[in-house]
Design a protein around this ligand. Structure first.
Ligand code: CP
Ligand code: NVA
Length: 300
């Protein structure tokens, strides 16, 4: 594993190996064991979009591993003034040991990897959010023990989260169902792959997706960069909500997940969110452990 650009680049074995290391790092942290796995290593963090969890978990993670994180807002970098990513990649490769980037186009992340000579980590693009899904898989395994036979249902936009979750679920042997309005399906190529490699349901019927689900996931109706479509999306997604009524067809012990930030009253009701707050905030915490595992795999 040279980079983490998207989840589909990783094998099932590579994912499991990251999850196992993440469990170990969580245990060590909870027991006050601190080891400088990445002593002296420097990670650049480029953000072209806002972030709470990704920024803080990467910065804290690097610090806890004995390394040094540099927060690089695109507002302050020359990349924000049009310096080509090819040049940025070659320059930063001379100073840093790795780069995490959050941006719009997946191609920008792929280009960083192509032109640079250090590991690149995708911290969210419009296409994928692999770091989030590694933490999600870690959390599912914590709560459910294993992935075998589980059904994951996603309610909402076929966006970066849905794309990466679909790949992650199918790779780990879960079945995946998504309820989304027509025209808001996940990436066509990824759906084709998922159909060929596992059990995928795509429906406009929320209850069909949620039926017998073990894990239910949702995300905002309008993602970062789609603010201009907010009203159009509120209409399209009005009935695509994780609420008590829709969840009545899911398993009794259903787990509810959200990558956050959440919009209560839109994709999820406040009562469901609060009832499942433990799962949702364990999931957020696990970003730290899963990403530390990724950093060790890539930078050590
Ligand atoms: N889930 C997630 O990536 O959160 P941030 O946008 O706060 O980083
Ligand atoms: N789909 C959301 C995820 C945020 C973590 C977005 O891209 O804004």
């Amino acid at each position: 594993m040279k980079h983490l650009l998207k989840l589909s680049d990783l094998s099932r074995e590579e994912i499991l190996s990251i999850l196992n290391l993440a469990d170990q790092l969580k245990f060590e942290r909870n027991n006050g064991i601190q080891k400088d796995y990445l002593k002296g290593k420097k990670l650049g963090l480029i953000f072209q979009k806002a972030s709470t969890r990704t920024r803080v978990s990467f910065e804290v993670g690097m610090y806890e591993l004995g390394g040094y994180p540099l927060f690089l807002s695109s507002n302050d970098l020359q990349i924000g003034r049009g310096e080509p990513v090819q040049d940025t990649a070659r320059v930063l490769s001379r100073y840093l040991d790795g780069i995490m980037i959050r941006t719009f186009a997946q191609k920008e992340v792929e280009d960083l990897a192509k032109y640079g000579s250090i590991p690149i980590i995708n911290g969210l693009t419009d296409y994928a959010h692999p770091c989030q899904v590694l933490a999600d898989l870690m959390t599912i395994r914590e709560y459910k023990g294993s992935f075998k036979g589980l059904k994951m249902a996603f309610v909402g936009d076929g966006n970066n989260m849905a794309n990466s979750l679909m790949v992650g679920a199918i790779k780990m042997g879960m079945s995946f169902a998504i309820a989304c309005p027509n025209g808001y399906e996940p990436d066509a190529e990824l759906m084709k792959w998922a159909k060929e490699n596992g059990d995928l349901t795509i429906t406009t019927n929320v209850k069909e997706a949620l039926k017998d689900a073990d894990v239910v996931y949702t995300d905002v109706w309008a993602s970062m960069g789609q603010e201009g479509e907010k009203q159009k999306r509120e209409l399209a997604f009005a009935s695509y909500q994780v609420n008590k009524e829709n969840l009545s067809v899911s398993k009794q012990d259903v787990m509810i997940m959200h990558c956050l930030p959440a919009h209560r009253g839109e994709e999820i009701t406040a009562d469901v969110f609060e009832e499942h707050a433990n799962e949702i905030f364990d999931e957020a915490e696990n970003r730290l452990h899963a990403q530390k595992a990724v950093l060790i795999k890539l930078l050590k």
